[in-house]
Design a protein. Structure first.
Length: 79
């Protein structure tokens, strides 16, 4: 199973995109999303940007994922 986490595009050059995934900077191929631009949000898999995502939806997804991590951490700490 794969969990798709939205990533923000920082830079695009030579069919490669630099993305920010929760503070981790990575480079992925932008070949499958030819109109990619800095500021876009993408879903990536296996080193490729697969498709763009609406910023509102990306931010909401990130918020939900953060809430899930917080809940798991609270449960693990006995709170």
């Amino acid at each position: 199973m794969c969990l798709a986490v939205p990533a923000k595009v920082i830079e695009v050059a030579d069919e490669m995109a630099t993305i920010d995934v929760g503070g981790v900077i990575r480079r992925v191929s932008a070949m499958l999303v030819p109109d990619l631009a800095p500021g876009d949000y993408v879903i990536t898999h296996a080193g490729f940007a697969m498709h763009k995502m609406d910023e509102k939806d990306a931010l909401e997804t990130l918020k939900i994922l953060r809430n899930m991590v917080d809940a798991v951490n609270q449960q693990a700490s006995g709170e």
